[in-house]
Design a protein around this ligand. Structure first.
Ligand code: PAF
Length: 294
């Protein structure tokens, strides 16, 4: 496995891999790898002959007061995990390489970026799209792998790729969960032991909402109220930013369940939330085929 810091060198390598008829898989990350990232690399390795992993904590996707400065890092551990999972290259540029003085470009996917996480983290998805677009141009992948825990990010990147004609395929990979159901995240490291125990409330609330729908409740506003009560009676829950019911393709909000709205629409029901446990912001989601659950 090679470690590459220069964008130019990475692009030259990718060009020569393509000339050699290699299939290039790309896994973008901010490092501090966990089993979720490892599964992305493993999925990429199954489909592609060469896998490039990027490790870059992207400053432009963090807002004021967010955790850019303290984002966890452990490059030696990341290297071992990446190699064991099958990565061939780690692209880990410096911030000055990606954003040289005078950098002015940006990529924005309108509308999809203004709900859910987008309304609490203004500018976040523009930062994500800009760096991912840049990395696609540097790594020139045939396929790029994104975890579905960041479902809104996955949808926005897919839209960016379609709208801007990037010649590559976006592959969404399932959320990897701990034994108690908590979604794997680099930010779980910030949680104290008691906060970590209570973080299970995110996945449990989503399951509770789904079971209420399954049991015939159709008014999603009422279901949200029930779920919010449960959240706010859980120790360490300091804020529920959102607990949303949305169309899984358009991210339009849904206020009541009607089987016929989903039948044949190609869309499913997304239940997604962002919650602060202590001062740590966690997200989670699940997607349900409405015609199968009611
Ligand atoms: O999902 C992430 O870790 C980041 O948003 C990404 C895609 C690596 C862009 O910085």
């Amino acid at each position: 496995m090679e470690i590459i810091k220069s964008a130019k060198q990475m692009q030259e390598i990718s060009l020569s891999l393509r000339k050699l008829n290699d299939t290039v898989g790309f896994v973008p990350t901010m490092g501090y790898l966990h089993k979720g990232h490892v599964s992305l690399i493993e999925n990429a390795k199954k489909d592609c002959s060469k896998v490039i992993l990027s490790i870059f904590v992207n400053p432009t996707q963090f807002g004021d007061g967010e955790d850019y400065e303290k984002y966890p890092k452990d490059f030696d551990r990341d290297k071992k995990l990446a190699m064991a999972a099958g990565a061939d290259y780690i692209f880990t540029p410096l911030v000055e390489e990606i954003y040289p003085a005078g950098f002015k470009a940006s990529v924005k996917v309108r509308e999809l970026d203004s709900v859910m996480c987008g309304s609490f983290r203004p500018g976040h998805f523009e930062g994500v799209c800009t760096v991912v677009a840049k990395f696609f141009n540097i790594t020139l992948p045939h396929r790029a792998y994104f975890g579905l825990k960041d479902y809104q990010q996955y949808l926005i990147i897919k839209k960016m790729v379609a709208d801007l004609n990037f010649p590559l395929r976006i592959v969404g990979c399932p959320i990897i969960r701990e034994d108690d159901g908590v979604a794997m995240s680099s930010r779980n490291k910030y949680l104290s032991e008691s906060e970590r125990k209570n973080a299970v409330i995110l996945v449990e609330s989503i399951k509770l909402a789904a079971s209420l729908i399954k049991n015939g409740f159709t008014n999603l506003e009422h279901i949200r109220d029930t779920v919010l009560e449960k959240f706010y009676s859980t120790p360490f829950v300091s804020k529920v930013e959102y607990f949303d019911f949305r169309d899984s393709e358009t991210l339009e909000g849904i206020s009541s369940i009607n089987k016929h709205d989903f039948k044949g629409s190609g869309s499913d029901l997304l239940i997604a939330c962002a919650v602060r446990i202590g001062s740590t912001r966690l997200i989670d989601n699940m997607i349900f085929d409405v015609s199968a659950i009611i």
